[in-house]
Design a protein. Sequence first.
Length: 477
Amino acid sequence: MAILSISIGEKYGTGTVYNLTDVKLDATEVYRFVNAPIFENNVLKWGIESIYNNVLECIRQAQVQGFDIDSLTINSWGMDYSYIDSNGNILNNPVHFKDIRTNEIYRKFPSLSLKDLYTKSGISYNQSNTIFQLADDSLSYNYENIVSFIYIADIMNYMLTGIVSTDKTLASTSGFFNDVDGFLTSFIASLGIPENIVPLVEKDVKSLGFLKPFLLQNLNLKNDVKVITGCGYSDAAAFLCFKKGSPVIITGSYNKIGRVIDEPIISQQGFSASFSNETGLDGYNFTKRTAGTHIIDECRNEWARMGKYYDDSMIDTMTKSVTPYSFLFDITSKIFSAYNTMPQKVMAISGARTDAEIIRAAYDSAMFENKFVLSELEYFSNKKFQKIYVAGPLAQNVQYCKDLANVLGIKVVSYPFDPASMGGAVIQYIEQNKFPDLGFAADFIKSKFRERVFEPEEDRTKVETAYKNYLMKKKGR
């Protein structure tokens, strides 16, 4: 029987069918959809009904294209959530993690100690972590009929099965959870939020339940379909595809750089460097969120509002048209915490003047920030890495991988698949006992798919000189 992995990203989602034999693992993308945020009362949110309809279309397309699926998984980003009331109603569209409501939110709640949260959860401060979104809600919400909050992937599972739960990988994005104690509810209690609104946490890979009977009929499915839970956080799912301990860059609006470790690293240095110990299926994903495409994305949004539309191919062409490393700036500057007027901010801080120069400035500066974060990861790992795996939307962009190898000065390795989607397949094969463990899964994937390796080609003196220039920018010089 085939299985279906649905991966919901911040820009688009996919439904991919997998067929496993002794000889190979076939992957067929049956549906791809745009996932665009919406505005409700001037608040940036996610449209749950739209996401749900696209999830159903993933299932429908699997059937239409001739696949009889036995099970499915859904993964998404974390942090953002909806509330469920005592009658089982979904009360709200989740607020987008980019909404301005949590900008410097910690200043409004001095009782929430960032150091205490980090020490007990292992998660570094991120203004979009669930704990800070809940803090903002506490200023205006009446919790009388609320029984739980749940994350995007959990909401989809709930709408498919009627069962409310989350898993430890998504719970870890809350900023007030650890794998030993569960949700650290004293933190939300200090905000006046009932402790019982946290969802049940599934700590193991398991069958959550079956699709509701009316869905089987509406989707014209021939057999019951299990919904498998255990790794609903897309970044955690992506890490399942790589050998434990391997350094990985997960690309996206924000990149994430890290590796899987056996025990959390909780220290003053880790706190100061903003590294997190996200709970994974086998150990902890020691990671740091860093610069991705978010500044370019917001520039494109601003330009679109002005009537200038640049597609991905145009962005690539614009990037190549400008001499590399000409307009570096500190991409971690606080001026970028608010997402409005992004082109003007880049121009002011970098000296770029044209749209192409703005794109190049953000592209190069993000690359060098990734190099800086990799050096931090090497420090905490006490080793120098000779190669790094790249996952996420940009892993299939050849020019990006070449440029990344040149900037990092080490081999960059990509696979011809989406690791978050493949991770969804991995947990289903673990549930079916076809993969005995995650180590076997990583070895199996490596043996069945050809790696694409990108070697550094550019003059190292040129790159290192530019990197030193970038570091000077970071220091404000």
